[in-house]
Design a protein around this ligand. Structure first.
Ligand code: ADP
Length: 345
């Protein structure tokens, strides 16, 4: 068990651009941190540098207080789980899980104890004699987790481990990994491009773009107080709406961008203000709730609400924005503005 510190870490690939730029982060012991951002933003590179699979171009990485620069991956006492679980298909689940420990010459009895204990946690006890070729993708990913867990590493690194699974399985495995974190009490660093995964799993989310940390905070904090337009737009689904302040009658000019989340818009009067009138272009029914897509002065606006059969395609409504829920951004820098005018927007 150990915390991780990344200090001014940068990575430039030979002949490539800058993949990670001056990355600074302290991850506490037993914390569950999720690195999230669009494809190519440098998440995997950061994770691979923690693992020692890539050298940092500059900066330092500490695990448990020890500088890891130049330390071989196998000597870092970490375990990594990838998207492709790469199990030995001709070996049983038991042997797949035991393999790494056998190589380390851990006594047989101890191997057996650890494999059975972890199999129990992962619900694999009755599958120990099976071979991966006869198992589903979700079960195989669970074995891959088990194989990593039996090594009792002090840090767990996950690189998009669920992106090959179908939606239902992904949701299920998501909760399993959260539970696992609670059970094993080890530091988890988890990479994903999926903002829902990030929001639901992390104690803390690190949003990256173009190799740079955009914001590192709790899911709630990031959602409620995005540091900039990138984070506001990346976290939250459906996506936040952006308007120029002068376009929606808010005090301010085109230099100020107002961000309003879909759930903070309404098509009936609320404690707030009208920002314009919109024509319903289409509606997505999601079960208990629905997304309403409107066109307002040529702008696409999306609002979300509990299912309401009175809202119909083709109709025009006043669009109301709840008081105090708008986020303001500087149009030129994209940075959040902490401003008293927020409530007026
Ligand atoms: P992410 O995990 O967020 O998708 P990566 O860390 O894989 O991003 O990649 C970050 C950037 O570094 C991308 O522009 C990618 O093309 C580049 N990159 C990744 N791996 C290599 C490599 N081995 N050689 C050269 N460029 C690379």
């Amino acid at each position: 068990m150990a915390g991780i510190v990344l200090e001014n870490v940068s990575k430039t690939y030979p002949g490539g651009g800058k993949a990670v730029i001056d990355f600074n982060l302290e991850i506490a012991d037993k914390e569950f941190v999720v690195l999230v951002g669009p494809s190519g933003c440098g998440k995997s590179t950061t994770l691979r540098m923690i693992a020692g699979l890539e050298e940092c171009t500059s900066g330092r990485i500490y695990i448990g207080g020890e500088c890891m620069n130049g330390v071989e991956p196998k000597d870092r006492d970490i375990a990594m789980v990838f998207q492709s679980y790469a199990l030995y298909r001709h070996m049983t689940v038991y042997d797949n899980m035991a393999f790494g420990l056998k190589i380390k010459k851990v006594p047989k009895k101890e191997i057996d104890r650890r494999v059975r204990e972890i199999a129990e946690i992962l619900g694999l006890t009755d599958k120990l004699k099976k071979k991966p070729s006869a198992m589903s993708g979700g079960e195989c990913q669970r074995v891959a987790l088990g194989r990593a867990l039996v090594r009792q590493p002090r840090v767990f690194l996950f690189d998009e481990p669920l992106s090959n699974l179908d939606a239902k399985l992904r949701t299920q495995m998501r909760s399993e990994i959260i539970r696992l974190h609670e059970n094993v009490q080890t530091t988890f660093v988890y990479v994903t491009h999926d903002q829902t995964e990030a929001m639901t799993m992390g104690d803390r989310i690190v949003v990256m773009d173009h190799g740079v940390i955009q914001q590192a905070a709790s899911p709630r904090e990031i959602y409620d107080r995005p540091a900039n337009m990138f984070t506001a737009g990346f976290i939250g689904t459906p996506q936040i709406n952006f308007f120029k302040a002068n376009e929606i009658g808010a005090s301010g000019s085109s230099d100020v961008i107002v961000g309003i989340r879909p759930e903070d818009l309404h098509l009936a009067p609320c404690d707030g203000a009208v920002i314009g009138s919109g024509n319903v272009e289409f509606i997505e029914l999601l079960g208990a709730s629905m997304n309403v897509h409107l066109s307002m002065n040529g702008h696409n606006v999306i609002m979300t609400c509990p299912v309401d059969n009175s809202i119909a395609r083709g109709n025009t409504y006043e669009i109301w924005a709840e008081k105090g829920k708008s986020r303001l951004f500087d149009a030129s820098t994209g940075l959040a503005i902490a401003s008293k005018t927020e409530a007026e927007a």
